[in-house]
Ligand binder design. Structure first.
Ligand SMILES: Cc1cc2nc3c(=O)[nH]c(=O)nc-3n(C[C@H](O)[C@H](O)[C@H](O)COP(=O)(O)OP(=O)(O)OC[C@H]3O[C@@H](n4cnc5c(N)ncnc54)[C@H](O)[C@@H]3O)c2cc1C
Length: 447
């Protein structure tokens, strides 16, 4: 019996229908695969994941793990002859412990759904990618996703205590623990977090929850230059303030939000900083934050409801996408170099003759330069691609990284090689061959 016959005989939920294959072949990066995968397996049990991998391992068939397919780096793109292993159907929250403050979940749970369920216990799942309403916990773990709250609560890695992982040959291992502390053995949990489906398939996770803050306050400040806004963010760090959110939007972004939403942010300044403080002392913290932000601001508001004040940030990407297509980049620089990063991106936009809208998780130095291009374009224009490369080069020049939270996937492999260097790539390859000797797991992705 051939591989597909064996697969169909031992696993339910196998599809070879062209529409299913096409839908499972790509993600939100817009990358076109080199052809269609051979099959999609929609796993409904851990045992099905194990059987699929065991068979693929025996036959040397490439497997592309998949959550919700919202990735922006091409990590879930599946090429000719591969099998897509979709685990989004494993979507139960298995338990939640309000004393230990942990949740045990399957990988297909939608991120925002876990956060909502934790809220019933006065808790929350802190990592909050902007895609929380559509991405899965498994995908978040595989990409080590970040979000706006990460400036205070850390990225996904900080929320993962333990994992159940099916290895390439079908073995199931459990890493980590249910306790907040614990140092027995190598930290395999951290190894799998951010491994983009190249080392194993996450089929379960023990996650750390946090207390819902008693109160949250927001301050917004506008500036007459993006440099002044970035400097104000650095000043917050110098003043040892602790925002729970710190976002910065440049003038191009404010303009496009105004055009799409009918707002008037641009009239207040050419850059906007939004900061929040949460917890029992949030009122005094936001007052201290507002004092620092206010020094150079052309407009400052420390009142109003948080959702309204966050509107510009939440609507930034939808507003850009309303007028065209967008290449979404994701560099991270040391916080002290944020102003240089904004300045460099502005220069690249002028030199390449492209429109770049930039906003940042400023507290983390994580900048999203979004390069807009024509809706009608059938492929990425050269100037856009070249501007993207210039942005990666800029990140490295400033001592940063080519991806703060979206991952390497298919799209940034060359740049990872430049960032990490040959010896680090060699260590990656050694780890990969120890865990996946036949190289079946998401080949060509990550490293
Ligand atoms: C509008 C929008 C906003 C976004 N905002 C953010 C943001 O703020 N922060 C951020 O970090 N990202 C963001 N993203 C990117 C994306 O949502 C995240 O990378 C997310 O973590 C992907 O989850 P997913 O379930 O869609 O994974 P997928 O796209 O299906 O997969 C992503 C990668 O993980 C692997 N994978 C998926 N599930 C598993 C598993 N169970 N085991 C092993 N490997 C697996 C895949 O092979 C692939 O390499 C955004 C995307 C969109 C479209």
């Amino acid at each position: 019996m051939g591989f597909l016959d064996e697969l169909t005989a031992s696993v339910t939920g196998v599809s070879t229908a062209p529409d299913d294959l096409a839908a499972a072949a790509t993600d939100r990066s817009g990358t076109t695969p080199d052809g269609l995968p051979a099959a999609v397996v929609r796993a409904s049990t851990v045992d099905e994941v194990r059987r699929t991998l065991r068979l693929a391992h025996d036959h040397g068939v490439p497997v592309v793990p998949r959550g919700a397919g919202t990735g922006l780096a091409g990590g879930a793109v599946a090429g000719t002859g591969s099998v897509v292993l979709d685990v989004s159907g494993l979507d139960r929250i298995l338990s939640m412990d309000p004393v230990d403050e942990i949740a045990v979940v399957e990988p297909g749970v939608i991120t925002a759904e876990l956060d909502r369920a934790a809220g019933e216990f006065g808790l929350r799942y802190a990592p909050d990618p902007a895609s929380a309403a559509i991405s899965t916990i498994g995908g978040n773990i595989a990409t080590n996703a970040g979000g706006m709250r990460c400036v205070k609560y850390g990225v996904t890695r900080e929320a993962v205590l333990g994992l159940d992982v099916v290895l390439a040959d079908g073995r199931l291992i459990s890493t980590g623990r249910r306790t907040v502390k614990g140092v027995a053995g190598l930290d395999l949990t951290a190894l799998f977090v951010g491994s983009e489906g190249t080392l194993g398939v996450v089929v379960g996770a023990t996650l750390r929850l946090r207390a819902l803050p008693a109160q949250t306050f927001t301050a917004v400040a506008a500036y007459d230059s993006v440099a002044a806004a970035a400097t104000a963010c650095s000043e917050l760090a110098r003043a040892r303030r602790e925002p729970s959110l710190l976002e910065l939007l440049d003038g191009a972004t404010l303009d496009v939000v105004d055009r799409a939403q009918g707002t008037d942010y641009s009239a207040r300044g050419t850059a906007l900083v939004i900061a929040q403080a949460d917890g029992a002392a949030a009122d005094s913290e936001i007052a201290a934050i507002a004092e620092v932000l206010g020094k150079e601001a052309t407009w400052l508001s420390a009142e109003g409801d948080p959702d309204r004040l966050l509107f510009a940030r939440r609507m930034a990407l939808p507003s850009i996408e309303r007028f065209g297509r967008a290449l979404i980049e994701d560099i991270c620089v040391p916080r002290s170099r944020l102003a240089d990063a904004f300045e460099g991106v502005g220069r690249i936009a002028r030199e390449r003759g492209v429109e770049i809208y930039s906003f940042a998780h400023a507290g983390d130095g994580n900048l999203h330069p979004i390069i807009g291009y024509d809706k009608a374009a059938d492929r990425l224009p050269d100037a856009v691609r070249e501007a993207g490369d210039d942005i990666f080069a800029l990140a490295l020049e400033l001592g940063g990284t080519v991806t703060g939270e979206h991952g390497v996937g298919l799209l940034k492999r060359d740049w990872l090689a430049r960032e990490a260097g040959a010896d680090v790539l060699d260590v990656h390859a050694t780890l990969k061959s120890a865990l996946d000797p036949r190289g079946i797991l998401n080949p060509g992705k990550g490293f």
